[in-house]
Design a protein around this ligand. Structure first.
Ligand code: HEC
Length: 126
């Protein structure tokens, strides 16, 4: 079930038609509002929202610790500076080991600021 939902999101990324992608991801909302925990400070990007919008959820799971593949990493509770570095390295291609190629494809949709908001969100998850 989760896998199918994830696959749908991944496919929608492959055929990326724009940032709106309205219509379906309403299903992902409730659990994530809860997982978000802390509210982002005013003016800051919302990491929890980005995690859904940028389709991270498709591969890494709603709680960021139930990845769709056993050899994909759990992210919840990861230190923010480390996560930032890994995301930037995957984006730039500096990190191209293991399954990094799977993720690289979406990173052109994620800015450095968004990477930081995402890392903070992930670090705050239990
Ligand atoms: C298509 C699947 C996919 C998507 C979408 C995806 N990732 Fe990943 N991500 C991976 C895989 C696979 C790895 C591990 C790469 C490797 O094997 O080296 C990874 C690695 C990471 C890491 C480093 C983990 C570590 O312990 O080193 C972070 C942080 C991360 N992803 C965050 C994100 C965020 C945030 C998003 C959304 C912007 C995202 N990922 C989207 C598949 C994905």
């Amino acid at each position: 079930m989760r896998w199918i939902q994830a696959a749908v999101v991944v496919m929608s990324v492959a055929a990326w038609a724009g940032p709106a992608d309205k219509g379906k991801p309403a299903d992902a909302k409730p659990a994530d509002a809860k997982a978000a925990g802390a509210k982002p400070a005013a003016g800051k990007l919302d990491g929890a929202k980005l995690y859904l919008e940028k389709t991270c959820v498709a591969c890494h799971g709603k709680d960021a610790k139930t990845p769709i593949m056993p050899d994909y990493p759990k992210l919840a509770g990861q230190s923010a500076p480390y996560a930032v570095k890994q995301m930037k390295d995957i984006k730039s291609g500096a990190r191209a080991n293991g399954n990094a190629a799977a993720m690289k494809g979406i990173m052109h949709l994620v800015t450095d600021e968004e990477v930081e908001a995402l890392a903070e969100y992930l670090a705050g998850l239990k």
